[in-house]
Design a protein around this ligand. Structure first.
Ligand SMILES: [Zn+2]
Length: 301
């Protein structure tokens, strides 16, 4: 197989993106404070990309536009899909279905806004735009920020660096919630108080008890505090940043620079040799991210 590389978005993808933007303009988004979200991202010095907020009735149109490109990797059929950044379109999506409507009913719309920040201020800030193809029809962007979605390297199509990439994205989520929530006096503040740094204990099966700050938490359908896998990754990265202050700027730089990625690995290993490799491997699940958070809590404690 011969791989070809390009830094330009393929014209077909450009056309799909323009169709999506024309069909779902951000001016028509309701229930999400897009202005505050955009101001937050720009205020962090992060690049702002295009986005759309989708409802269930929008899906047929999206499927129609993207055809057989499989950008969403089947997630549009899943129950738990909350959001996604599609590097091939350089565009972020959040979705009102799955856990989202339940959490927005209980936690408030700030949850949906937080998810938009996760995608747009998190994953979408990846500076890698290497489009790879073998057939000049389907193109992949193999690196997304701290994560390699390199299907050529390991045939199973598994990813590396998922926990670090999800952690970076959810740190943005938590920072947004922390800075935008307290004055809103919503149900989460009512249930858990306005101190967004207060630690709440959770028991994760096969992991044990861990404590997570309020800013990473949402209320489920029973108004019980709950966490997502990405919350655990975000808090783990936050602890690493506190332990070694050189890590935080490198997390940002590594989104554009392979050298910074190497330096990041070095600084994480300075906390404990081999830690980077451990955090960089494994699946996207609450158990896998929970185990890594536990390990980080042990070495940073
Ligand atoms: Zn994510």
């Amino acid at each position: 197989m011969k791989f070809e590389h390009s830094n330009e978005m393929p014209p077909d993808y450009e056309r799909m993106k323009n169709e999506i933007l024309a069909e779902f303009p951000k001016e028509k988004i309701t229930g999400v404070d897009t202005k505050t979200v955009e101001d937050f991202i720009i205020g962090q010095g992060l690049p702002l990309k295009e986005y759309a907020v989708l409802s269930e009735e929008d899906l047929p149109k999206i499927r129609d536009i993207i055809g057989d490109s499989n950008f969403f990797h089947g997630m549009l059929e899943g129950e738990k899909f909350a959001g996604s950044y599609i590097p091939e379109l350089q565009m972020a999506f959040v979705y009102r279905r799955g856990i989202v409507p339940l959490a927005t009913e209980t936690t408030g719309n700030i949850f949906l806004e937080g998810l938009l920040v996760h995608e747009l201020g998190g994953h979408a800030t990846s500076g890698y735009n290497d489009f790879v193809t073998t057939d000049k029809k389907h193109f992949d962007v193999p690196r997304l920020g701290l994560c390699i979605t390199n299907h050529q390297k390991n045939n199973e199509g598994t990813m590396e660096g998922l926990m670090l990439e999800e952690g970076w994205a959810d740190m943005q989520y938590a920072e947004y919630v922390k800075t935008s929530r307290p004055e809103k006096k919503d149900s989460l503040v009512r249930e858990l108080g306005a101190d967004m740094e207060k630690l709440i204990p959770f028991t994760i099966p096969e992991v044990g008890t861990i404590e997570v700050p309020v800013k990473y938490i949402y209320l489920d359908e029973e108004y019980s505090p709950n966490v997502r896998a990405t919350s655990l990754a975000g808090y783990a990265l936050e602890l690493l940043c506190k332990k070694n202050p050189k890590i935080k700027p490198l997390l940002f730089e590594a989104r554009n620079s392979v050298q910074a990625l190497r330096d990041l690995a070095k600084e994480i290993d300075a906390i404990r040799p081999g830690l980077y490799e451990e955090l960089q491997s494994g699946e996207y699940s609450i158990k896998s991210f929970g185990k890594k958070l536990k390990e980080v809590m042990d070495v940073c404690g």
